[in-house]
Design a binder for this molecule. Structure first.
Ligand code: RP5
Length: 168
C-alpha cells in the first residue's frame, strides 16, 4: 500500500510475482498522482478462491477501481470483472512465448455484458491504467482530476522545452 498509506481506493492485482516488473509502473504512477492503492498477487489459475474473495470484497473495503495485470492465458481481469461491478482495467503483461499478444487477446476479447477496459501491452499499459484510474476517480474527487491535469501539463512542458532531438 502506498500514496501515503491512506485507505486504498485502487486495487492493483497481478497474476504472478513475475508480473511485478510491469505492474510496478502502475504503482509508481499512482504514487505520483497521489492515489492511495494496494498491490497484491491474485492468480486466476493458482488461487481462484482468493480471486473470488478479493473481487467480492473489494467494494466494501473502499476500493473504487481495480487494475488487473496478467500474462499468457490472462484470465484475471475478466474473472475479476465477472465478480464485481467496479471498473476493471486490464493490463496485458508481455509474455515470453508470444510477446504479449496472447495476453492482449485474452483480456480484450470479453463477451458483451462484462467489460474490461483494456490497455496497451506492458509498461505503457500499466502507466495508462493508473492515469485512467485517477481520471475515473477524478469524476467524483477533484484532487485526482487536478493531479491528472498537472501530470499532463508537465508532460507537455517536457516535450516543448526540448524540441531538438539531437541535443541531450
Ligand atoms: C499468468 O501467468 C501471470 O499473470 C504471469 O504473467 C504468467 C506467468 O506466471 P509465472 O509462471 O511467471 O508465475 O498467470
Amino acid at each position: 500500500m502506498s500514496a501515503s498509506s491512506k485507505m486504498p481506493v485502487v486495487g492493483v492485482i497481478m497474476g504472478s510475482r513475475s508480473d511485478w516488473d510491469t505492474m510496478k509502473h502502475a504503482c509508481e504512477t499512482l504514487d505520483r498522482l497521489g492515489v492511495p492503492y494496494e498491490q497484491r498477487v491474485v492468480s486466476a489459475h493458482r488461487t481462484p478462491d482468493l480471486l473470488f474473495q478479493y473481487a467480492e470484497g473489494a467494494r466494501a473495503r473502499g476500493i473504487k477501481v481495480i487494475i488487473a495485470g496478467a500474462g499468457g492465458a490472462a484470465h484475471l481481469p475478466g474473472m475479476v470483472a465477472a465478480k464485481t461491478s467496479l471498473p476493471v482495467l486490464g493490463v496485458p503483461v508481455q509474455s515470453k512465448a508470444l510477446n504479449g499478444l496472447d495476453s492482449l487477446l485474452s483480456i480484450v476479447q470479453m463477451p458483451a455484458g462484462i467489460p474490461v477496459g483494456t490497455l496497451a501491452i506492458g509498461s505503457s499499459g500499466a502507466i495508462n491504467a493508473a492515469i485512467l484510474a485517477a481520471s475515473i476517480l477524478g469524476t467524483n474527487e477533484s484532487r485526482f482530476a487536478a493531479a491528472v491535469d498537472e501530470f499532463r501539463r508537465l508532460q507537455t512542458e517536457q516535450v516543448l522545452s526540448r524540441p531538438d532531438p539531437s541535443q541531450t
